[in-house]
Every structure is written in C-alpha cells, then in structure tokens.
Unconditional design. Structure first.
Length: 181
C-alpha cells in the first residue's frame, strides 16, 4: 500500500471502501513500516508484522504445499528439495519462493519436483554476493553436475576442466547436490 502514488490515493481509498461495504476482506502489504498514507489508513482495522521468510523457515513445508496447490496439477516436492530451500536466504520472500516453485513445476518431467529442478542458486550456500561472472560460473557448474547426475568426473570432462577444479569450485561456491540414491 505504500507504493500507491499520492495522486491515486483517493481513488484507491474509494475502491477499498466499496469492497469493504460489500463484505470483502481487504489485505494490504507494506514495504516500509510507516509507509501507509493517511488517506488509506482508515481502510485497515489491524496491522500484523510478518517476518521475512528467511526468519520463519519452519513455515517452509506448509508454504511449499500451499503454493504448489495453487499451481494445480497435483505437483509435490520430493523430500530432498526442502534442504536447499531452507539454506537459501530468500531475498524476495514468499513471492520469490512462489516463482521458484512455479518454474520448477512447469519444467518438471513428472508430478514431483526434484532437487535438480531447482535453479542453480539454490544449490549454492555462498556467504557473499557473487559477481555476474561468478554467478555464471556457478550456474554453469551446477547445471553440468546436475546433467551428469552428480558425477564430478563426467561434469569436469564436459566442462573441459579438471576434477580437482570441480571440487575446488564446489567448495568456493558452497555447492551441494542431492546424493544419488
């Protein structure tokens, strides 16, 4: 609600009042705590602070189930998908999680999202921001490892680098892949 342009506040307030008068529940989100314009404040009876997703990882399984139900098609996550989801920092919060899950569901080969369906960033637990070059290198390495079913020697051959380099880069980028079972 804090991103409503000042010139639109009156029209938004009128639309919200109309919706409430019809019995519709109205929920708004704020990016900045004091950001609700005064002209819209009367439209909301209560406020609730919701911590960032990275601070409520215990909610992750329920959120994943809920978001996957929205995609339809009876999609579910394999158990090995949750650890990479828990390790990720989720700077985009639930919206980013929803996007990751919907893309993984769209790209899946079965009814079940596997760890290999997740984007490369979720297979890395780096503690620092990566440059564009490093992100590209990490993503290429993860993709090669996933295509080689975790076989480091095969991935190294496909990338024309040594197996030692694969291990070194995996450590440097914090890359973890599901174990083959």
């Amino acid at each position: 609600m804090d991103e409503v342009p000042p010139e639109d506040e009156a029209a938004v307030a009128e639309a919200l009042d109309t919706a409430v008068a019809r019995g519709t529940w109205v929920v708004g989100t704020l990016r900045r705590a004091p950001g609700l314009p005064e002209s819209l404040r009367h439209c909301f009876l209560e406020a609730a602070a919701v911590p960032a997703l990275r601070h409520r990882l215990t909610d992750l399984p329920a959120l994943v189930d809920c978001l996957l139900q929205r995609t339809g098609g009876g999609v579910e996550c394999a158990p090995e998908v949750l650890p990479p989801l828990r390790r990720y920092d989720w700077p985009g919060n639930v919206r980013e999680l929803s996007l990751v899950l919907s893309r993984a569901a769209a790209a899946r080969r079965t009814y079940r999202i596997e760890a290999g369906d997740l984007p490369p960033a979720l297979h890395s637990a780096g503690g620092r921001s990566l440059s564009v070059w490093e992100v590209s290198e990490r993503d290429t390495l993860v993709q090669a490892l996933l295509e080689a079913d975790g076989n480091k020697l095969l991935a190294a051959r496909r990338l024309d680098i040594s197996r030692t380099t694969i291990y070194r880069k995996m450590r440097a980028y914090g890359i973890t892949l599901p174990t083959r079972g």
